[in-house]
Design a protein around this ligand. Structure first.
Ligand code: 13P
Length: 235
């Protein structure tokens, strides 16, 4: 059985450092990455020796400079991040990030030797989800990124709703994503693809073992220590 990559996206949680450290202890970090808010990253890395950590965003400018509120990929690297989530639907929606910006962020992360986990996924309202996915892929993935990034398929309707995408549909999307990526370049076919959206301890295995995903990106359930431990034992 192949080992799945399990990425926890804590989003803007939890409130306190003490709690953050406590939740992080649910992971063995063999195949787990915790993407916490920026403010907790250094401390998690310091207290848990083998912790693998990631950011939830970074800015595309590589050097330090007058960019109020932003954090560079190099800064993430310096606190010990090996990964960064980019293009999450919450960033596309709330912060109006566009394909071009996401592309620049991927470039900056790669330059800092951080693996970008690039989120793509259609909205329930988008009748032709495939078109949305194609636009996201062609708009933000450059041929030079292939083999260096991880894709996370996160259908917007499944995020934080408790209504996960049915594994059958998720699998179809996974295959579609692979074939779309392969149009950019041959290496696109072998990019790892994670599933995200209302993953819990009961359904995690469906995505990793049945629908063929290389791992999962877990939001809400990654903040509940016991539930997350169960996910890790199953997926
Ligand atoms: P939930 O697992 O809470 O649905 O969130 C998914 C997500 O957005 C992970 O990036």
């Amino acid at each position: 059985m192949k080992k799945s990559l399990i990425v926890a996206n804590w989003k803007m949680n939890p409130q306190e450092l003490k709690e953050a450290k406590n939740i992080a202890l649910a992971s063995d970090f063999k195949n787990v990455v915790i993407c916490s808010p920026f403010v907790f990253l250094r401390e998690i890395k310091k207290t848990i020796k083998n912790a693998k950590i990631g950011g939830q965003n970074c800015f595309y400018e590589k050097l330090v400079g007058p960019f109020t509120g932003e954090v560079s990929a190099k800064m993430l690297k310096d606190v010990g991040c090996d990964y960064v989530i980019l293009g999450h639907s919450e960033r596309r929606e709330i912060f109006k990030e566009n394909h071009e910006e996401i592309k620049k962020k991927i470039k900056a992360a790669l330059a800092a030797k951080i693996t970008p986990i690039v989120c793509i996924g259609e909205d329930e309202g988008t009748k032709n989800g495939g078109e949305t996915i194609k636009k996201q892929i062609f708009g933000s993935i450059d041929k030079s990124f292939l083999s260096k990034i991880i894709i996370a398929y996160e259908p917007v309707f499944a995020i934080g709703t408790g209504k996960p995408c049915l594994p059958d549909l998720a699998e179809k999307r996974r295959v579609f994503i692979k074939s779309t990526l392969s149009k950019i370049g041959k290496k696109g076919e072998s990019l790892p693809i994670l599933y995200g959206g209302s993953v819990n301890s009961k359904n995690a295995i469906k995505y990793t073992q049945e629908a063929g995903f290389d791992g999962i990106l877990v939001g809400g359930a990654s903040l509940k220590k016991e539930e997350f431990k169960k996910i890790l034992s199953k997926a």
